[in-house]
Structures are given as C-alpha cells and as structure tokens.
Design a protein around this ligand. Structure first.
Ligand SMILES: [Zn+2]
Ligand SMILES: [Zn+2]
Length: 345
C-alpha cells in the first residue's frame, strides 16, 4: 500500500512471494471454481509466472510493476486470500470458506467435516464443495470446539467484521496450520487510542472463548497474546478488501463492476499478500474484481507498458478531490499525490 514505510530487501520479498501462491493468468478462460484460481481442468493458455514484480517505489514503499507490456482488460494474476470471512449479514448465505453464494444445490455439509456431531456448538455453516471443506479443516476443527455466541454477538451488535477475521486466523494458528506471523508482511495501520481500548475488550472475549473450550492452555497462551491480537487487527484494518461478487463471465467484468459501486453487496472481507502491495491512484490502471468467490482477480484497465507501476484505486474514484483526500488521509494515512490529484481534478 502507498503508506508502506517498512522496507524489505528484495530477497526477503522474494522469499515471501514464494510462500504466496500466485496463479498464472489464463487469458481466455477465467475459471472461478473453488480452490482453482488458474482454472481447474482448463489448459493454461499462457504458462509461466504472472507479469509483475514487487519492488520499492521512490516514495511510496512497495509497489507492483509490470515485467512486460500488459493489454487493457488482461487478467494480470489471481490471488487467494490469506484469511477471508463472510460478513455477519452473509454468514449463512455464502460458503464459509470461499464466500461463494449459496446456490440451489446448497447443502449444509459442515457436520461431515470431522465425521462427528457439533457438540456444544450447534451452528452449521455452508461449504460450497469438498474443495472448500478440505482446507477449512485447518480452522474449523478448532473453531467448532468453542462456543462463539458471546464473541459473535459482540461483533454483530457493533457491526464489527475484522475481529471475525482475527478469530479465523487464531483458529488457523492454534491448529498449527499456519504460523502466527502469517500477516506480518502487511503494513499495519496506526491505531487511535479508542481503537486500542476496543481491541482489549475483543481480545479478552476471544481469550475467554478459547479458555472455556477444551483447548491446550499452553498453546493458546503462547499464540494468543494481546500483542498478537493488536498486531493482526492493525494489519487487517488497513489491508482488508471488501468483497463484492460480480458474478457472470469474464467479459462482463467492466460493466458489472461499475454497476456495483455504491451498493451494499459485500459478502465478506479478506486480506491478501500481493494485492496489498498495489499502491493507490485516483486514476488507476488496474483494478481488483471478484467473480463468484474470494479469489482476487487483478485486471488491467488500460494498456500498461513494461516497467510501469500498476496501481489500483482504494476508494470510490467518482468522489471529488477534497472527499478523496479526506478519506485517504483518515482511512489510509497518506496524502495522495497522484497525477489526477495534482491536476486538481
Ligand atoms: Zn466454497
Ligand atoms: Zn489521487
């Protein structure tokens, strides 16, 4: 993100990038099958790594640059979330893992996830396919052992969505599937004092929930510290994407994405690694779309030259200059100096 000030060496970045699964972009067919950013069953039309590299910019920390010319409309790459979670209003309307909307074929298959009953947690969630059940085991087997009523109510009553993502990540970490520093590569937000107080309350609730469940105390004590909670939430706050599913086909993307602006159709939120490295521009040359699940698709909005930086717009680009500057300063902590802002538009 533009406000990134934490510098990393190229080799460190490369190592991090290797851990992230960036799918090569299929050009003519965009499959949205769960768990298959690169099109399960479709032969890749252009094998090889995506045409981007992450490097330091002159003034805005990390950025994403084209390694070859990219054509307008081209799918640059796909990215799977590090953590995703349905929004409270869509909790049982979308897949609990990939956020795909429940279709007519919907069935509750969470009971089958570990082949036993749900014990003290009678809540069932929808998983759209076996390919979402399998990776969900890494958080769900921990999650289902605890009673989340208090924590979930706390989030729902206050309209909080990010603590639900922290809850999911905590379950993934406690299960041993991912390291506790999974989101450390992301730039953290500077948190105001009142946010810190709110977080202490959320943290106490999260800890209480785990303690009541029969989970190993030592493990929770080791992983789930207040500092961990604050570190994670500070990163999720500034890097989470609101997911609005476009649906339909690859060809419909431009028109559908425009139609979604301003409507409240967010099915959930997610954080990604590479998409978080894109800097902001009020007149962007790239954008992120979601077809029918939480896999982010980075698309070129116009022709991009080799070596050019790819930038996305973090906010509603139709706002005027003052409104944009205000929201970028308050929400993202930087003053925008893009060409559009400098021109006074
Ligand atoms: Zn799914
Ligand atoms: Zn700007």
């Amino acid at each position: 993100m533009l406000c990134a000030v934490r510098r990393r060496t190229t080799s460190e970045l490369r190592r991090m990038l290797c851990r992230q699964n960036i799918n090569p972009p299929p050009l003519r067919s965009v499959s949205t099958a769960a768990g298959a950013g690169a099109g399960a069953g479709d032969p890749p039309t252009r094998p090889g790594p995506p045409p981007i590299r992450v490097a330091l910019t002159e003034s805005a920390g990390r950025g994403v640059f084209a390694t070859r010319a990219i054509g307008a409309g081209e799918l640059v790459h796909s990215a799977k979330p590090l953590v995703a979670h349905p929004s409270p209003s869509h909790l049982r309307k979308v897949c609990y893992y990939c956020l795909r909307k429940k279709g007519s074929e919907a069935s509750l298959i969470s009971d089958e996830i570990a082949g036993e009953d749900l014990g003290s947690n009678p809540t069932s969630y929808y998983f759209c396919s076996e390919s979402c059940v399998e990776p969900s085991k890494i958080f769900y087997e921990v999650e289902r052992r605890a009673d989340w009523a208090l924590y979930d109510d706390h989030c729902r009553l206050r309209g909080l969505k990010y603590p639900l993502m922290v809850k999911r990540l905590a379950c993934m970490v406690i299960s041993g599937a991912v390291p506790a520093d999974t989101v450390d590569i992301l730039q953290p937000a500077t948190l105001p004092q009142e946010a810190l107080l709110e977080m202490e309350e959320e943290f106490a609730l999260l800890r209480h929930t785990f303690k009541k469940a029969s989970l190993q105390d030592e493990l929770i004590a080791l992983v789930l510290t207040k500092q961990w909670y604050i570190n994670v939430l500070a990163r999720i706050r500034i890097n989470a994407f609101r997911i609005e599913l476009v649906g339909g086909s690859h060809e419909d993307l431009f028109t559908s994405a425009a139609a979604l602006v301003g409507s409240d159709v967010s099915v959930g939120n997610a954080v990604y690694m590479v998409p978080s490295f894109y800097n902001h521009d009020c007149d962007p040359n790239a954008h992120i779309v979601w077809l029918d699940n939480a896999d982010a698709k980075l698309k070129a909005l116009r022709d991009i030259e080799e070596g050019e930086e790819l930038r996305i717009c973090y906010i509603d680009a139709s706002m005027n200059l003052d409104a944009r500057q205000k929201i970028l300063a308050e929400g993202f902590g930087f003053q925008c100096n893009c060409l559009r802002c400098l021109s006074g538009d």
